[in-house]
Design a protein around this ligand. Sequence first.
Ligand code: A3P
Length: 295
Amino acid sequence: MEERESVFRRQLVKVHNVPLFWSIAEEWAQVETFQARTDDLLIATYPKSGTTWISEIVDMIYNDGDVERCQRDAIFNRVPFMELIIPGMSNGVTQLAERPSPRLVKTHLPVQLLPKSFWENNCKMIYVARNPKDVAVSFYYFHQMAKMHPEPGTWHEFLEKFVAGEVVFGSWYDHVKGWWEKKKSHPILYLFYEDMKENPRCELQKVTQFLEKEVTEEAQEKILHHTTFQEMQKNPTSNYKLLSTGEMDHSVSPFMRKGITGDWKNHFTVAQNERFDKDYTEKMAGSTLKFQMEI
Ligand code: A3P
């Protein structure tokens, strides 16, 4: 009998010049025609930038800080990953179509690939960005444990691919700058992982104001506590341990890995750092976007 090719560890396939998982590329027509609703809230990020963290915060706001209600289901069901289509495993488009409003929708798509119904419906959007050095390190470990990604190779090889934008969802630079520009013409709350680490209360207040939600003092305290790294790391509904080990192998590297800013210093050599900084300066020239590489 002919052996079926595994869905995992396959080469990325470009859609409009952006590398995506092969199965997203194959089913791109479904993603492109996704039907947004006016009361959808879109959570957009480049991978490894704090998507799960902001998702948990927003779900808690929507549920008035009720911890039990937020543990009703895994984060990937409470905030479905719109474009993730893996045959026989997951389809964010159909999953979301079945969900009641108001929906929370996760995407990693660069701004130019977002289905047009989100713009037509003038949906609110929250974007979270994280400094690229920590993203690269986090992404490297994530490639090792999450099997939809191609094999990352050595750290050095992976860093080269990351800098060149030859990773799933493409260039970090294009992503953060693209969404930053879009903020001028659309209701997008643009947050930074480093600010969330430094001053979680202040960032939480920005989110509640943006969502026009009243949150009591008590609920706010519960949200702040429940969404710390330590709490989310041990919470099975937010730490991704409910997925099969075939998809994510936490024994290789846990999804909730370190949750800090500046871990890149434990990975970049001096030469890698100098090269990265030079490239960063060139690619970010002319942008008003600023990142904190340490806090
Ligand atoms: P590290 O690998 O650096 O630890 P995403 O959800 O976008 O995939 O991002 C995952 C990264 O966010 C991981 O980074 C993870 O540990 C970190 N993270 C998740 N929840 C967090 C929290 N509550 N506080 C700080 N970092 C968190």
